[in-house]
Write a protein of this length. Structure first.
Length: 198
């Protein structure tokens, strides 16, 4: 700046007196206003310029909701959500207290292709419903309350809970994110789909 009484804007200079008159009187010199060439439009926000980002799990944990709405809103569970919708179990997860061991999309992708296709395209919904119920236990059980041993699922069979290197194991699946609270239970994210016993 050449002069302490001037403010340099890229390509424009505004005198200190013009700035003071704007601050004190709410006006600015007509020359500065004319140079600005502001053209208003009717849009406050152009929706095409808004990025849509996945919801971080910390936000989901803080926001809550019922089990069904949390599964639907978390982009890690798109396959689980689709299967829950197909079987009609999604509505059941809006009521009652449950703990869900929720396999991620990556967990479903680890299944052999023919098994995954059978799950996604099967007309026998009873088998798929049983598979999903095998991932749910009654009541709200936080990670600190999970005890090593057998736990009976909604499907009727038991699953084995344990720890390996200070990580919770359910059958051969690891809990990779725990204690996602819901208004009617809790979700523990697992890295594998648990297969029903023969």
């Amino acid at each position: 700046m050449n002069n302490l009484t001037e403010y340099q804007n890229p390509g424009k200079r505004v005198g200190l007196l013009s700035l003071l008159s704007f601050l004190l009187l709410g006006t600015i010199s007509p020359v500065v206003a004319a140079e600005a060439q502001i053209s208003p439009n009717s849009k406050l926000v152009d929706s095409q310029n808004i990025a849509q980002l996945p919801i971080p799990k910390e936000v989901i944990k803080a926001v809550g909701g019922d089990l069904a709405s949390i599964i639907l809103s978390d982009d890690r569970f798109t396959i689980l959500a689709a299967i829950l919708k197909t079987t009609g179990l999604l509505d059941a997860l809006k009521k009652g207290d449950f703990t869900i061991f929720a396999p991620t999309d990556e967990a479903f992708a680890k299944l052999p292709q023919e098994i995954l296709e059978a799950i996604l395209t099967s007309k026998d919904l009873s088998k798929i419903t049983d598979l999903l119920k095998y991932h749910v236990i009654p009541g709200k059980v936080n990670a600190t309350d999970l005890k090593a041993g057998e736990v009976t699922t909604l499907e009727g069979d038991s699953i084995t809970v344990g720890t390996d290197n200070n990580q919770i194991q359910v059958e051969d699946a690891r809990v990779i994110d725990s204690d996602i609270p819901a208004s009617n239970g809790v979700i523990h994210v697992i890295d594998k789909v648990m297969v029903l016993p023969e």
